[in-house]
Design a protein around this ligand. Structure first.
Ligand code: SAH
Ligand code: SF4
Length: 427
C-alpha cells in the first residue's frame, strides 16, 4: 500500500519536472513516506527525517516533505512540524493530491504547508498520476481505509473508514494496466473481501474478481489482504476456477488462541479459521497460504502462544510475516497490561524457528515439481540467473537474462534452500 502511494507521489513530482537521483546530497526535494503500524517503523522514519537536516545546510533550497500515516496520528503532524522546523511540507494520508500545490508554494515563496485533514470520510481522488516502479507487477488500489478496529491496530485511525472505488474505475484501470503490458496486477485493500460493501454491493469482491477474470490476456492477479471473517466460499470458488487469479491467499491469523483473538476483536475463532483453510485446500490443494502472526499481545500467556505454534504447525503456511506486538497510542490494546519484552522475544524466536522449519520442509516437497513462474528480475546473486514467483507465491531462481523478464516459464525445481527454490526452464 505504501509502496504504491510512493508511486503516486513520484507521479505527481515527475509532473512538476522532478526526476529520481541516487544520492540525497544531489536532491532538490526529499519526500519521506512514513508508516506508524509499529513503533520501530515510526522511530526509523523520525531518525531518517532528522538526518536529512544536514542536506539542507548544504543546499538551503532543498525541499523536505513528509507524508504517510505517521503524520495522521492524533496531532502528530503538527508535533512533527514543530520537532523538525526544517521540514517544509507535512501531508496527511488524504492530502496527497495537494502535493503539487504545496511544492509550488515552497518553490515560489518558501511557504510552509502542514495539511492534515481528518480522515473520516474523504472523497477518493481518482486519476492521480502514477510513476510505477514495481517492474512486472502493478499495484492497484480497490479500496481505502478499514472498518475493523482490531484492538492493536492504528490503521482505522489514520486511514479512515472503508471507501471502495467503483467497479468501473477499478476494472478500467485494470484493463489499462494489462494493455500497457503488465503481467501481474496486485489488488490492494486492508480487507479486500469487504470490497463494495460501502457501495451497497453484495459480495462485491467476488463480483470484482469475476469481472477481472473475464479480461483477455496472459496475466496474473494477486490481492491482499484477506480478513478471515469476510473470506467466503464464493470468492474461493472464483479464485479456484479462474486461470488468471493466483492460487495464493494472504490470510493473516494474528493468533491461534481464541482468548487472544477475542481480545484482538478479530471476529473469528481458531476453529473457524482452520475450517477456512480446509475449505481453501479442498478446492485448491496447491494454494499458497501466507499469514501475519503476532506474539506478545496483552494477556498472552504461554498456553496462548502454544496455541499459536500449534496452529502454525497445522496450517503449514508457505510464508508468514511475524511481529512482536507494539503498543500504538490511542488503540484499546495500548491500555491493556503489557507482556514483558523478554517473554515476547523468546516467543518470536520460537515462532520464527518453527515457521522457517516448515518453509524449508515445504520447499523440499517442491523438488522435482514443475512451477509456472513469471520472471520478475535478475537474481540478486549469480551471473546469468533470473528470479520470479510461482503462482503460489514462491520465489524461484533459474537461468536467464534481462530479456527473460516479463515472460512466463515452466520451471522444474531442482533443489531448494530454506525459502528459495532453484530450477531449470523446461518451457
Ligand atoms: N489489513 C491487514 C494488514 C494490516 S497491517 C490485515 O488485517 O491483515 C499488517 C500487519 O501488521 C497486521 O496483519 C498485523 O499482524 C501487524 N500489526 C498491526 N498492528 C500491529 C501492532 N500494533 N503491533 C504489531 N504488529 C501489528
Ligand atoms: Fe488493522 Fe485489523 Fe484493519 Fe487490518 S483489519 S488494517 S489489522 S484494523
Amino acid at each position: 500500500m505504501n509502496l504504491h502511494e510512493s508511486e503516486k507521489a513520484a507521479g505527481i513530482l515527475r509532473s512538476l519536472g522532478y526526476e529520481e537521483c541516487d544520492k540525497e546530497e544531489d536532491a532538490d526535494l526529499i519526500l519521506f513516506n512514513t508508516c506508524c503500524i509499529r513503533d520501530n517503523a515510526e522511530r526509523r522514519a523520525k531518525g531518517n527525517i532528522g538526518a536529512a537536516k544536514v542536506f539542507k545546510r548544504v543546499n538551503p533550497d532543498l525541499i523536505i516533505a513528509v507524508m504517510g500515516c505517521m503524520t495522521q496520528q492524533d496531532s502528530a503532524g503538527e508535533a512533527l512540524a514543530r520537532k523538525f522546523p526544517f521540514v517544509d511540507i507535512v501531508l496527511g494520508t488524504n492530502n496527497l493530491d495537494k502535493l503539487a500545490e504545496c511544492v509550488e508554494n515552497v518553490r515560489s515563496r518558501r511557504k510552509r504547508s502542514v495539511l492534515i485533514d481528518p480522515c473520516q470520510n474523504p472523497a477518493i481522488c481518482e486519476d492521480m498520476p502514477v510513476y510505477r516502479t514495481s517492474g512486472t507487477n502493478a499495484w492497484l488500489n480497490i479500496m481505502y481505509g478499514c472498518n475493523n478496529f482490531c484492538t492493536y491496530c492504528i490503521v482505522p485511525y489514520v486511514r479512515g473508514r472503508e471507501r471502495s472505488r467503483t467497479l468501473a474505475n477499478v476494472t478500467d484501470e485494470f484493463k489499462r494496466l494489462i494493455d500497457q503490458g503488465y503481467k501481474e496486477v496486485t489488488l490492494l485493500g486492508q480487507n479486500v473481501n469487504s470490497y463494495g460493501k460501502d457501495l451497497g454491493m453484495k459480495n462485491g469482491f467476488a463480483t470484482l474478481l469475476s469481472e477481472i477474470a473475464k479480461v483477455n490476456g496472459d496475466f496474473r492477479v494477486r490481492f491482499m489482504t484477506s480478513h478471515p471473517k469476510d473470506l467466503n466460499e464464493e470468492i474461493v470458488d472464483i479464485i479456484a476456477s479462474s486461470k488468471n487469479i493466483c492460487n495464493n491467499i494472504h490470510l493473516p491469523v494474528q493468533s491461534g488462541s481464541d482468548k487472544i483473538l477475542k481480545l484482538m476483536n478479530r471476529h473469528y475463532t481458531r476453529d473457524y479459521y482452520l475450517s477456512l483453510i480446509q475449505m481453501i485446500r479442498s478446492k485448491m490443494p496447491d494454494c499458497g497460504i501466507t499469514s501475519d502472526i503476532m506474539v506478545g499481545f496483552p494477556y498472552e500467556e504461554d498456553e496462548d502462544f502454544l496455541d499459536t505454534l500449534d496452529l502454525v504447525n497445522k496450517v503449514r503456511y508457505s510464508g508468514a510475516f511475524t511481529f512482536v506486538y507494539s503498543p500504538r497510542k490511542g488503540t484499546p490494546a495500548a491500555d491493556m497490561p503489557q507482556v514483558p519484552a523478554e517473554v515476547s522475544k523468546r516467543r518470536i524466536i520460537e515462532l520464527v524457528n518453527t515457521q522457517n522449519r516448515i518453509v524449508k520442509e515445504i520447499s523440499k516437497e517442491y523438488e522435482g515439481k514443475v512451477l509456472r513462474v513469471l520472471c520478475e528480475d535478475l537474481a540478486p546473486k549469480g551471473e546469468g540467473k533470473v528470479c520470479g514467483r510461482s503462482e503460489c507465491g514462491r520465489m524461484v531462481t533459474f537461468d536467464g537474462d534481462k530479456n527473460s523478464i516479463g515472460s512466463f516459464y515452466d520451471v522444474k525445481i531442482i533443489h531448494s534452500k530454506s525459502a528459495s527454490l532453484f530450477g531449470e526452464v523446461i518451457k
